[in-house]
Design a binder for this molecule. Structure first.
Ligand code: NDP
Length: 247
C-alpha cells in the first residue's frame, strides 16, 4: 500500500475542489477527483500528472448513492485506502421561497446535503476498519447565518454542520482516530453563481462577488493546514471569509 496520503475530492472539476486537488497533489498527496463533467476532471488529472503528481478521476454524481459508493471503491481498489474525503460538491440556487423553485430546492438538498451524507456513508466503513481518516465537509457562512433568498441553501449548509458534529461525536465515542472538519467559506470567486437560476438575484450576487470575492486558493490553503494538524488533534470548525465581507 502506498505511503502517500490518498484524498478523495468531490466537486473537483472547478472552484474549491479543483484548487484543493492541485495544492494537495503539489504537496505529495494522491488525489481522486470526482464530479460530473468528465472533460474537466480529465484535464485536471493530466495537469496534475504532468506536474509530477498522482491523480485519478471518476465521473460521479454525488446525488446518486451508488455513484458515490463506486467512487470510494475505485479509490480503494487503486490505492488500498482513503485517508481523506473532502465533500466539496455543491450548488447555490438562491431564490425567495415564495417563488417555489422546487427543482432548485430538491437539487440543493440532493447535492449539498444528501451528497455529503453519501460520501460519509461510503467512506466510513473503510475508515472505521483502520480507525483513522479525515472527513472534511464544506459548509458555508450561510450555514451560520440565514438570510432572505437563501433559505434552502442555508438549510443544507446548516445540516452539513449538524451531520459533521454528530459524526465527530460518534467516531470519538468509538475511540477511533477519525477526524472531522467543517470549512465554512464566505465569498470565494468560483463558478458557484452559475448554479443560481434566478437571474435578478444572480446579478446582485455577481456584483457582491466582484466587490468582495477572494481567490479560491485561500480556501485550498486552509484545507491543507487542516490536514497538516498533528493526528491527535482536529481542527473541527473554520470560517474563512474575505476580510471586507460584513456577513
Ligand atoms: P463551483 O461551482 O466552482 O464548484 C462546484 C463543484 O461541485 C463543481 O466541481 C461541480 O462539478 C460539483 N458538483 C455540482 N453538482 C454535483 C453533483 N451532482 N455531483 C458531483 N459534483 C457536483 O463552486 P465552489 O467551488 O465555490 O463550491 C464548492 C463548495 O463550496 C460548495 O459546496 C459550495 O456550496 C461551497 N461554498 C462556496 C462558496 C463560494 O463563495 N464559492 C461559499 C461557501 C461555500 P460538476 O458540475 O462537474 O459536477
Amino acid at each position: 500500500m502506498t505511503e502517500k496520503k490518498v484524498a478523495v475530492i468531490t466537486g473537483a472539476s472547478s472552484g474549491i475542489g479543483e484548487a484543493t486537488a492541485k495544492l494537495l497533489a503539489e504537496n505529495g498527496l494522491i488525489v481522486v477527483l470526482a464530479a460530473r463533467r468528465e472533460e474537466r476532471l480529465k484535464e485536471l488529472a493530466e495537469e496534475i500528472k504532468s506536474n509530477g503528481g498522482e491523480a485519478l478521476y471518476r465521473v460521479t454524481d454525488v446525488s446518486n448513492h451508488s455513484d458515490v459508493e463506486e467512487l470510494i471503491k475505485v479509490a480503494i481498489e487503486n490505492f488500498g485506502k482513503v485517508d481523506i474525503l473532502i465533500n466539496s460538491a455543491g450548488i447555490m440556487a438562491h431564490s425567495p421561497l415564495k417563488n417555489k423553485r422546487i427543482s432548485d430546492w430538491d437539487n440543493m438538498i440532493d447535492i449539498n446535503l444528501k451528497g455529503t451524507l453519501y460520501g460519509i456513508g461510503a467512506v466510513l466503513p473503510y475508515m472505521n476498519a483502520k480507525k483513522s481518516g479525515h472527513i472534511i465537509n464544506i459548509s458555508s457562512v450561510a450555514g451560520h447565518y440565514a438570510h432572505a433568498g437563501g433559505a434552502v441553501y442555508s438549510a443544507t449548509k446548516w445540516a452539513v454542520r449538524a451531520i459533521s458534529e454528530s459524526l465527530r461525536e460518534e467516531v470519538a465515542k468509538d475511540g477511533s482516530n477519525i477526524r472531522v472538519s467543517v470549512i465554512s467559506p464566505g465569498a470565494i470567486n468560483t463558478e458557484l453563481l452559475s448554479s443560481m437560476t434566478d437571474a435578478n438575484l444572480r446579478k446582485n450576487y455577481e456584483e457582491f462577488y466582484e466587490n468582495f470575492g477572494i481567490p479560491v486558493e485561500r480556501v485550498a490553503s486552509v484545507i491543507q493546514q487542516v490536514i497538516d494538524v498533528p493526528a491527535d488533534a482536529a481542527w473541527n470548525e473554520i470560517i474563512i471569509r474575505p476580510t471586507k465581507q460584513v456577513q
